[in-house]
Design a protein around this ligand. Structure first.
Ligand code: GAL
Length: 430
């Protein structure tokens, strides 16, 4: 077989992934211009959340074309973005997070939205690290939507009752609870096993096991000792333990399907960011009531954060005024409340009230503020907030290898994580 060019390959991937594209129609007509928005929000609650924006823009006379590409964590959406660039069909806004925002600026294709940032005083209304993350060379190029917390455990209370188990408070009591659920014939942990989901679980485990300083050293500084040392090994051992409580027949299922299993009591719990809460509410269960939310338990507490954001592009198929309206509306207090209630996150604007939000959102806000004060706030490595795509990819590869090969020791996985991350960092700086 002849080797195909990178361009051919990318376009082929792009086309097959484009088949997954859903949505694409905006509500109501509009004459003030349109903005095409590439994102990966396709679960029930995610789509509902995006509809809030589409409707608000339609009410103002703008058309939002919702280019949603399925696939939790966005790997398919990223591929589509690359292929759209190659075919000169850039979206007006694309879901991009963390250091990748700055990487995209180097293409010269991103759009400056300082004028909206100034008008709404983003530097004042956003948490410091979030405002900084939206900029390249001191210019705003991206707009944040929310704050998600990653290190949550979602627990079905009646499943626990049925199993005669109690709410876990530390690692040992968690394992005890999982044993009881198993003995009662309930799948203890709902986990679909794809790399993004496993990395999300590991994210929560790593913080609870090692704490914020360890987490930062390992995943932000890529410190070799932290990545390969005893604490990382301990966290990987715990991941292996969690894996034993997942249903082997449930592998390959999506995160929102897994949340559904917890809501129905078919599984006891799920380790997942609070977009799971969007699905819980969407299924008419009450987060904090039938489904408890607790920070993933361990020796340490803290807050692993993820701010969903959209980077703006100088786009051939979007109108600048509609792009400004998109950014402005996303940070309006009204949208911040409606969207985040549906999405499971909390408003990223610090001046927006949480009145009427559920108990888990209140807890999230409280823990975020405490973590900010105690230096226990860390950017999520599994949700692209800590490192560029190449480094994240290298860490994901090792986690996948470890998860899929039960013969691999936690010690070897930790060592491999250190060497792969270092190599990926070096390569991405060349
Ligand atoms: C994350 C994103 C969340 C959530 C999740 C599952 O990357 O930040 O908002 O939607 O993917 O699709």
């Amino acid at each position: 077989m002849k080797t195909r060019s990178l361009l051919q390959k990318t376009v082929t991937i792009g086309l097959s992934v484009a088949a997954l594209t859903v949505g694409g129609t905006a509500l109501g007509a509009s004459d003030k211009g349109k903005v095409s928005v590439l994102n990966w929000w396709t679960s029930g609650s995610e789509a509902k959340s995006m509809n809030v924006l589409q409707q608000m823009l339609a009410d103002k006379g703008y058309k939002m074309v919702n280019d949603a590409v399925s696939g939790g964590g966005g790997s398919n959406a990223r591929t589509v973005l690359k292929s759209r660039i190659q075919s000169n069909n850039l979206p007006g806004a694309a879901q991009i997070k963390g250091p990748e925002i700055q990487q995209w600026c180097t293409t010269g294709l991103t759009m400056n939205i300082d004028q909206v940032a100034k008008e709404q005083n983003w530097s004042k209304i956003l948490p410091g690290p979030v405002a900084k993350g939206m900029q390249c060379d001191d210019h705003f190029v991206a707009v944040p939507f929310n704050l998600h917390r990653i290190n949550w455990l979602w627990i079905n209370k009646s499943a626990l009752e049925k199993a005669g188990a109690s709410m876990p408070t530390d690692w040992n009591s968690l394992v005890d609870t999982l044993d009881k659920l198993k003995a009662a014939g309930i799948t203890p942990v709902a986990g679909g096993g794809d790399t993004w989901q496993v990395a999300t679980e590991f994210d929560a485990i790593a913080l609870a096991t090692g704490g914020a300083d360890f987490y930062r050293k390992a995943f932000v500084d890529l410190d070799e000792n932290a990545l390969s040392g005893d604490t990382m090994t301990k966290a990987l051992k715990r991941l292996r333990t969690i894996q034993k409580y997942e249903d082997p027949a449930g592998q390959g299922l999506s995160w929102n399907h897994d949340t559904g299993l917890v809501v129905k009591g078919k599984a006891g719990m799920q380790i997942m960011g609070d977009w799971a809460k969007g699905e819980i509410s969407n299924a008419d269960a009450t987060p904090g009531d039938e489904i408890a939310c607790i920070a993933f338990p361990g020796e340490h507490s803290g807050f692993v954060y993820n701010a969903d954001s959209f980077e703006m592009f100088k786009s051939s198929n979007s109108d600048q005024q509609a792009q400004y309206a998109f950014a402005r509306t996303a940070l309006s207090p009204e949208f911040q409340r409606k969207f985040n209630m549906a999405k499971g996150s909390i408003p990223v604007r610090e001046d927006v009230s949480l009145d009427g939000f559920d108990a888990c959102a209140q807890q999230s806000k409280k823990d975020f503020t405490a973590a900010e004060k105690n230096d226990a706030l860390v950017p999520s490595f599994s949700q692209d907030m800590a490192e560029n795509g190449a480094v994240k990819g290298a860490i994901f590869d090792v986690i996948a290898k470890f998860y899929n090969n039960k013969g691999m020791s936690p010690e070897d996985a930790a060592k491999e994580m250190a060497s792969q991350a270092k190599q990926a960092k070096m390569m991405s700086q060349m």
